[in-house]
Design a protein around this ligand. Structure first.
Ligand SMILES: [Mn+2]
Length: 305
């Protein structure tokens, strides 16, 4: 398992222990900070295409699976690119395991959005199903869920296990499907259910650290209630007897930089509406996130060994 640091916002270069662990495991940092403002929050296709070009040039894919750390959750829409790289190397169906406080299933026509990338990933050939784990956001509630691309559920491509279901219910019902809330079921029984739900031998894992409780990650988004111990236990359970084809991790807080011009104004407005207005202490955020990233890297390395 080779770590790769995709530096789009400076968050990862402020994590010296993660940088050292990456080098020690034969990985490296790809610096693309010039693309960061264009990609942040949402991106036109041209900038994603430029990132794809740089990834294939600078990080030639070999047989070893990679775990890519990509900085803020505002960049979660790089996951389809990273998944595409991984799928090119495998010839069997893959399940995408998605830890997140949000469903990331919104529809967005103008390119790709950090809240809209899920359908593009779910519909890549080679992906059999997507399993989203840990959502507490009201995005899955009765009113907001209408903004989502629920055809993924109708097509049997998506399962969503919320941490807690909207309105304090014990389960989430959407598009004719019902999934129990993790807190209602209990973590151990949930892991049994998760294991039974994932029907493929190969998995790709994407983790947005906003799924974690605020003591264990500092992100640009509203956060959930899962613990790192829960995520580690889920990875351990999923990877017993399965193959990890690759993984990515986002959710490192960084001060938003959208560049200049009209897209930046739109993004600033949108962030004001959608994101918490806290401005955490950068050194504290970096230290908390670095500790979480190191634990996740370790969990992936252990599973791949
Ligand atoms: Mn996300």
């Amino acid at each position: 398992m080779r770590p790769m640091l995709l530096n789009l916002d400076g968050a990862l270069e402020r994590q010296p222990l993660l940088c050292a662990a990456t080098r020690a495991a034969g990985g490296r940092m790809l610096c693309a900070r010039d693309l960061g403002p264009h990609l942040r929050l949402w991106s036109r296709r041209a900038h994603l295409a430029e990132l794809r070009r740089r990834l294939s040039g600078a990080l030639p894919k070999d047989a070893e699976p990679e775990v890519v750390f990509a900085g803020s959750g505002d960049f979660h829409h790089v996951t389809p690119l990273l998944l595409e790289r991984a799928l090119a190397e495998v010839s069997e169906p893959v399940t995408l395991i998605h830890f997140d406080n949000h469903p990331d299933w919104a529809r967005f026509a103008a390119g790709s959005h950090c809240g809209s990338w899920l359908a593009a990933a779910a519909r890549q050939s080679g992906v059999r199903q997507v399993v989203t784990i840990g959502v507490t956001s009201t995005d899955v509630g009765p009113r907001k869920s209408r903004e989502g691309d629920l055809s993924l559920i109708a097509e049997g491509r998506l399962a969503v296990f919320p941490w807690a279901a909207p309105g304090g219910r014990e389960a989430l019902s959407l598009g004719g499907q019902t999934w129990p809330a993790i807190t209602a079921l209990g973590e151990d029984r949930f892991l049994d259910l998760l294991d039974a739900t994932v029907s493929t031998r190969a998995i790709y894992v994407t983790i947005d650290k906003d799924v974690l409780q605020p003591a264990q990650a500092v992100t640009n988004w509203d956060q959930g209630a899962a613990s790192l111990e829960f995520v580690e236990a889920a990875l351990h359970r999923l990877l017993a007897g399965r193959t990890l084809v690759a993984a990515d991790v986002v959710g490192d807080w960084s001060p938003p930089d959208y560049g200049r011009g009209p897209p930046a104004w739109l993004k600033r407005g949108e962030a004001l509406l959608d994101q918490p207005r806290r401005r955490p202490d950068t050194a504290h955020a970096d230290a908390v996130n670095e500790a979480a990233n190191l634990r996740l890297l370790h969990a992936f390395q252990e599973a791949a060994a």
